[in-house]
Design a protein around this ligand. Structure first.
Ligand code: 4AD
Ligand code: MG
Length: 427
């Protein structure tokens, strides 16, 4: 008998099936025993009743600890009360391994404990749901770009240079020289845009961030589109379309997961672009009106982002930041950088950061020097501006912040299988 995945049992209603999975929960009510089995695709409740189920299985039931691995045979029956819509009348159970003392019980546990047991915690319902949504988001992002004529362009992870400032670099020995873990694929993405027109890089990126917030990881995934012959407004439009595609896909394909996570889907459905686009100067005025003491020229912190999210009751683009607070590669318009950040509502903060790139070799060289970087290291990057330079632009979308926002999960540590954070390298 070939095993059926629990999510597919509906196709076998009234028939006997073989399921294989793990014991999630069990309880007894008089002579009837209940066994909740999970197999990674869904949960099903098995019911053991005398007469229908073998005597050995009844005895085995008593010995099954949480997370014991089992094979179960039984008849699939419709059950309107369960989330799955079906339950199983158990005929027999076989144990592959009997587990004892599983550390994560249905009672509440502290975050530290759960993080130490992350290898097991991912089996819990909410973690399971959030990571499935992540997987869907990874797919829809690639689908979106492929359908839009982009090619995937994979940048190196070991790099000799910084992209987002030298203070958050992780360094490692690279034979006789120093190398860094990439902070962003952007600079390489720009070479790809000049070779292919439209590319996106997609991979893990690293920042030695000392910040302990709900939004910061030291290893996070970023998707970075880069487009030749594009300017600042094009980047915001592309971001609007990407976010809308993600929201639509998640609402359509992750209903069960969003329910487990108790995500407010009515709110989520409202996040369809185009989103409002406001100048940094206007954002400063709004913040000052709301009582923040934030002078012109400063970057926004979490409370400012929260306030802007509330003001617009949805995602909002802030563009034309003061050049002094932005990276070396931005094209400038006077004292402003042609950059834009998309701030998510509900306190999820900056989801997208991007803009238009400096396209003059001379200006860029000046900028590299001003930022205390070594021109020789960036010569290949400056070269792009000497051999057919064109206006070009792109952005980076942080996957974990996006997943947190879509799922309503408070902290990004629950949106990646094994989060890396300040003080967190294990397991
Ligand atoms: O704004 P950032 O630093 O932009 C760049 O890296 C550009 N080079 C991207 C580009 O234009 N190609 O980062 C982009 C996004 C942020 O908006 C945020 O979503 C995410 O990456 N991000 C982080 N996510 C989790 N933990 C961190 N420490 C993050 N730092 C940035
Ligand atoms: Mg940023």
């Amino acid at each position: 008998m070939t095993a059926v995945r629990i999510c597919d049992v509906g196709q076998s209603e009234g028939k006997e099936v073989l399921l294989q999975g793990w014991v999630q929960q069990k309880r007894s009510s008089g002579k009837i025993k209940f066994l909740v089995v999970r197999d990674g695709s869904a949960l099903i409740q098995g019911v053991l009743v005398a007469g229908e189920c073998s005597e050995e299985s009844f005895q085995l039931f008593e010995r099954l600890g949480q997370e014991s691995s089992i094979r179960v045979k039984g008849i699939v029956r419709k059950d309107a009360r369960s989330a799955l819509g079906y339950e199983l009348t158990v005929k027999s159970i076989e144990a592959l391994q009997i587990a004892e003392g599983y550390p994560i019980t249905p009672k509440e546990h502290g975050v530290e404990f759960l993080m130490e047991n992350r290898h097991l915690w991912i089996r819990s319902q909410r973690q399971w749901a959030a990571l499935r949504v992540r997987s869907e988001i990874m797919f829809v992002i690639q689908d979106f770009f492929r359908n839009d004529g982009f090619i995937r362009f994979d940048p190196p992870i070991l790099t000799p240079t910084s992209c987002e400032g030298t203070s958050t670099l992780f360094s490692t020995n690279y034979f006789d020289e120093k190398a860094f873990l990439t902070q962003s694929g952007q600079l390489y993405g720009e070479t790809g845009a000049f070779a292919f027109g439209k590319v996106y890089t997609f991979g893990p990126t690293f920042r030695a961030e000392k910040s302990k917030t709900r939004k910061h990881l030291t290893e996070f995934w970023m998707v970075e589109p880069e487009v030749a012959f594009a300017e600042l407004p094009d980047v915001m439009t592309l971001g609007d379309r990407l976010i809308s595609a993600i929201v639509t896909h998640v609402l359509k394909n992750c209903t069960a997961e969003l329910k487990i996570l108790e995500r407010d889907v009515v709110k989520l459905a409202r996040y369809q672009g185009p989103f409002p686009k406001i100048h940094y100067d206007e954002a400063i005025k709004i913040l000052q009106k709301r009582g923040f003491d934030v002078p012109w020229g400063e970057d926004f912190g979490a409370p400012h982002e929260q306030a802007l999210g509330e003001e617009f009751d949805g995602p909002v683009w802030i563009h034309h930041f003061p050049a002094q607070i932005k990276a070396f590669y931005f094209k400038q318009d006077g004292k402003y950088a042609l950059g834009a950040d998309l701030i998510a509502p509900e306190g999820y903060g900056e989801i997208i950061g991007g803009g238009q790139r400096e396209d003059s070799a001379e200006e860029l060289t000046k900028r590299v020097l001003e930022h205390g970087l070594n021109v020789a290291d960036y010569q290949w990057y400056i070269d792009l501006r000497k051999f057919g330079s064109v206006p070009h632009a792109g952005f980076g979308l942080g996957v974990e912040r996006t997943v947190a926002w879509m799922t309503g999960v408070e902290h990004v540590r629950e949106t990646i299988p094994f989060p890396r954070m300040l003080n967190h390298l294990r397991p």
